[in-house]
Design a protein around this ligand. Structure first.
Ligand code: GLV
Ligand code: MN
Ligand code: MN
Length: 412
């Protein structure tokens, strides 16, 4: 039975972790940043050195092909991949694992001449973490990006996608060219750390993802009146921040009480304007995120959250602006890919369980154009999106071998 080189994979994980490395561990490597572009250059060299055809598309997606040098319907490819961008102060495995294990699997297949009828490819999808818009590269590849919005796409700090891409040598006006021809992908499977505690707590080494949560992100701004913070009597103030604060607490209660037990919510971006100590805030703005595996529950929560924002504003004599940013629906993983993963686990003698993904992934876009699925390995302590995110070396090796054998089954 063929297996990956765990030591080669580990040394690549350590090498990639050097780009954007933080002094205390972890990494900050947002898409299109100098650190990210250095990592991209390193990755393309590694893919080529592994004997793969290597190319980068107009959306910045990096590919390594085995028996493939471009996507076309004439030779549908079995695709794997993930991303090499990270959240700020993130870990070294979120995304990197799936890309480097995909590279390792393809290199192993090439070296051992393992039979595969279909061509194979590994992708590093651009801006999965969505600094400028979530799952950008895979969304573009799958024809799901609203091209009329590209000019307006920007990070929460205001930096425009068009400018960030230009700095990295890409022309955002040409991203449409990155869309894959229909029928070009025969199947997609992505290896990722779970990023939560379920596998570790169950003591099960492999998770087979059956669906991926939908995400709603909405910018909610409470608009009141700037006033002198010392002289304005308390009852006359129309404080935008207090509107946002009351909304934040009540929106959490709403999701916990009415989210069906699986929905979650977060407010990770908050801004107060003008933002000085001696002015009553005229404006309190936040980005409210909700996620869940059930589309109807999520849509209902969205309606109730909007009603809540309006009622908080009314009582506090504020205006409210509600601007939807993202609304993805939960995506189902293909039964065929789940069965291939099950079979790979049996071949390797590994226990597995089915679970939904509580994080967003590029696989949810691929699921719109092909049979897509995901393999999870346990995350230490369930930690992710933090600098001490990690998984055991053995867990990584197991995951990479399951990926290898799943790819061979899908390409047979
Ligand atoms: C991707 O990391 C996400 O936010 O789920
Ligand atoms: Mn992530
Ligand atoms: Mn990820």
């Amino acid at each position: 039975m063929i297996t990956v080189s765990a030591s080669r994979l580990q040394s690549r994980i350590e090498a990639l972790a050097g780009f954007g490395a933080l002094p205390g561990g972890g990494v900050t490597r947002p898409c299109w940043s100098p650190q990210h572009e250095q990592a991209r250059a390193w990755l393309t060299r590694e893919l080529s050195a592994a004997g793969l055809e290597t190319w980068v598309d107009r959306a910045g997606n990096v590919f390594g092909g085995l028996g493939l040098h471009a996507f076309g319907a004439d030779a549908p490819a079995v695709l794997t991949g993930s991303h090499i961008d990270t959240v700020p102060e993130g870990g070294i495995l979120d995304g990197a694992l799936g890309v480097l294990a995909g590279l390792e699997a393809l290199e192993t297949i090439r070296e051992t001449n393992a039979p595969h009828r279909r061509p194979l490819a590994v992708a590093a999808w651009s801006d999965e973490e969505g600094r400028y818009g979530s799952l950008f590269g895979s969304r573009t590849f799958c024809g799901r990006l609203d091209l009329t919005r590209v000019e307006a796409m920007a990070a929460v700090d205001g930096e425009r996608l068009v400018d960030a891409m230009a700095r990295a040598g890409f022309d955002a006006r040409r991203v449409a060219e990155a869309q894959a021809p229909a029928g070009a992908v025969a199947a997609y499977v992505e290896l990722h750390i779970e990023q939560g505690p379920r596998l570790e707590e169950a003591g099960i080494p492999i998770g087979i993802v059956d669906s991926i949560v939908g995400v709603r992100r909405t910018r909610v701004a409470f608009v009141g009146q700037a006033d002198h913070a010392g002289t304005t009597p308390m009852e006359r103030r129309r404080d935008g921040f207090l509107g946002a604060a009351e909304y934040a607490l009540k929106a959490r209660d709403l999701v916990v009480k009415h989210g069906g037990g699986k929905s979650v919510t977060n407010i990770g971006v908050v801004r107060v304007h003008p933002g000085v100590t001696n002015i009553v805030p005229a404006r309190g703005e936040l980005v409210h995120e909700m996620r869940g595996p059930d589309a109807e529950t999520l849509a209902r929560l969205d309606r109730r959250a909007a009603a809540l924002a309006r009622s908080v504003a009314r009582r506090r004599r504020l205006e409210v602006e509600i601007q939807p940013m993202t609304a993805t629906t939960p995506a189902a993983c293909a039964a065929r890919v789940q069965r291939a993963i099950e079979q790979a686990c049996r071949t390797l003698g590994l226990r597995s369980t089915h679970l939904y993904s509580a994080a967003g992934h590029d696989a949810q876009n691929l699921a719109a154009i092909t049979d897509a699925g995901m393999i999870f390995i346990p995350s230490k302590g369930g930690r992710s999106h933090r600098v001490d995110e990690t998984s055991d070396r053995e867990a990584i090796e197991r995951g990479a071998n399951v990926l290898l054998h799943t790819l061979l089954l899908l390409a047979a």
